[in-house]
Ligand binder design. Sequence first.
Ligand code: HEM
Length: 161
Amino acid sequence: MSTPVLPARDRAGRIYKPAIGSRLRPLLWVILIGFALLAANGFYLSSVTALTWYLGTTQQTFLYMLMVALHLFLGLVLVIPFLIFGFAHLATSWKRPNKWAIRYGLILLGAGLVTLASGFILVRIGGFLTVTDFGGLDVGIPQAMRRSIDFAANSHGIGAG
Ligand code: HEM
């Protein structure tokens, strides 16, 4: 004899239809895992910066340079999935009855947008930035990344710019 599976219901007794369907679910995983990696990596970067400040000597190793590159890469590749997920989920959940979920969702979306935008602003205007000439084209790349390219190139006997 099998037990019938009852549909999930909310507190008002209405049948619960998940707010995130099968098409948005993979994107949700991409942004959850992506932001978790970005946060862990950012924690490492800020701890190296704090240690440099505390000891007064640079603690920026080659690993740190790679982590800066990873941070920029993750920030860059997460923008599009985050925007697609955030605004698609906003459109499909806007009329749902749970008004607090909508309010908190909007705050979460706003916080995510501010986080990503602040990264772009830091890369463009921070002390972090140096403008390098690549074949007549001025390209702004972070100083730490530039140093990691130089380091990698020199250690292979190539020598960059
Ligand atoms: C971009 C950041 C956001 C993330 C990561 C996120 C994530 C989630 C998740 C995992 C759920 C549960 C899904 C389910 O039960 O099937 C959910 C539910 C929901 N979200 Fe979002 N959300 C975000 C933004 C928003 C925004 C901007 C709104 C505004 C309309 C919103 C409104 C809702 C509503 C109404 C529910 C259903 C709550 C319920 O059924 O009681 N969310 N969200």
